[in-house]
Design a protein around this ligand. Structure first.
Ligand SMILES: NC(=O)c1ccc[n+]([C@@H]2O[C@H](COP(=O)([O-])OP(=O)(O)OC[C@H]3O[C@@H](n4cnc5c(N)ncnc54)[C@H](OP(=O)(O)O)[C@@H]3O)[C@@H](O)[C@H]2O)c1
Length: 329
């Protein structure tokens, strides 16, 4: 398998007849991913917790690539697992196939609070666990009914996972607060790193789950540093000067949102994924040579913690139990 690829949006093949969901498709990277899939004829569901933000994104996309593009809103709030399951079930009543699922939605650096399900908001992973696993029967059906075709699942992770300590499952249920800005920053970055490690574990476990299904490709992507709404740190617990530095850093040193979307789009649609049988990997943009510019994309070796099978199985069991509890309540 060659590990580095040149990729432009022109490499995305015709996707007519295919159906995709992009979570968090109402802004930033998700909007570009939805736009480029739709441009190639895919029917794209922009999954968002806000109908007005999703419709605004759909209007922006249609204005830029054509009014006849097939883009629809899917209501999805990942904060409650019950809500995520309901969104997946609604989708399965409406569609008979799901060819591309990009689990892109994410957050970071927001105020530390518990979700209605009782987990710390910055952890993020559980909503996608509920949504994606509920959609699996339709994903399997799509793969079985279209043996000549392929099905893709892309999880959005981040290079930040490389800084993560092992996931502490008690910590996932606890908020944090510190009177010292430095410790708040450290904890905030750790929470984000662990949420992205969780996405990586989820991807690896899903890839394992579908390993006997030849035409399902599950992978994860890191977009690079990209100045998007995720750097709106107005609700973060950080003091103003740290928020300013965070935003400044992303604004001046980040790559464009178009370039940031490329790793996920490659994994979601490029035919080289099939040709090279790319499964269970994490794709990075770069190399950057110390400067931030986009040249190509490459498969990055996942570190030891990211490859830890026992920890990833532990997360799966934890997520299953959390989902069962949420559905009981
Ligand atoms: N930008 C970067 O430098 C960078 C680097 C590494 C990884 N990433 C990852 O890339 C992904 C996309 O982020 P972005 O940079 O494009 O930021 P963004 O513009 O803020 O997009 C994040 C999307 O996730 C959605 N979202 C957040 N919480 C949600 C919830 N509970 N339910 C449903 N949707 C929810 C947001 O919806 P709302 O508009 O309703 O908030 C938004 O559409 C994230 O997973 C992020 O962690 C980004």
């Amino acid at each position: 398998m060659s590990a580095t690829f040149n990729f432009t949006f022109d490499d995305i093949p015709n996707l007519e007849g295919k159906v995709a969901i992009v979570t968090g498709g109402n802004s930033g990277l998700g909007e570009v991913i939805g736009r480029e899939l739709a441009r190639k004829g895919c029917k794209v569901y922009i999954a968002s917790r806000s109908q007005s933000r999703a419709e605004a994104a759909i209007a922006r996309i249609k204005n830029s690539i054509g009014k006849d593009m097939n883009l629809l809103f899917l209501e999805l709030d990942l904060e409650t697992m019950k809500g995520a399951v309901a969104a997946a079930k609604f989708f399965m009543k409406r569609e008979t196939r799901l060819d591309i699922l990009v689990a892109n939605a994410g957050l970071g650096g927001i105020k530390s609070e518990l979700t209605p399900d009782g987990y710390e908001r910055n952890f993020g992973h559980l909503g996608h666990f509920a949504f994606v696993t509920t959609l699996l029967p339709l994903i399997f059906k799509t793969a079985d009914d279209n043996a000549e075709s392929d099905v893709r699942i892309v999880l959005m992770s981040s290079k930040s996972y490389e800084q993560a300590y092992p996931i502490d499952f008690e910590n996932v249920r606890a908020t944090y607060r510190s009177s010292f800005a430095f410790f708040t920053l450290q904890e905030m970055l750790q929470r984000y790193a662990r949420s992205k490690l969780a996405n990586l574990y989820f991807m690896r476990e899903l890839a394992d789950l579908v390993k006997d299904r030849k035409n399902i490709y599950v992978n994860a992507s890191h977009p690079g540093l990209v100045y998007t709404n995720i750097f709106d740190l107005s609700t973060s617990p950080l003091p103003w000067y740290m928020r300013f530095l965070g935003e400044f850093h992303a604004k001046w040193f980040g790559s464009s949102v178009n370039d940031g979307a490329k790793t996920a789009l490659f994994l979601a649609a490029d035919t080289r994924v099939i040709k090279e049988d790319i499964k269970g990997i994490l794709m990075y943009p770069g190399p950057t040579n110390g400067f931030v510019y986009f040249s190509n994309i490459y498969i990055r070796k996942i570190n030891e913690l990211g490859m830890d099978v026992e920890r990833r199985k532990q997360l799966w069991r934890f997520s299953e139990a959390a989902l069962e509890k949420a559905l009981e309540g």
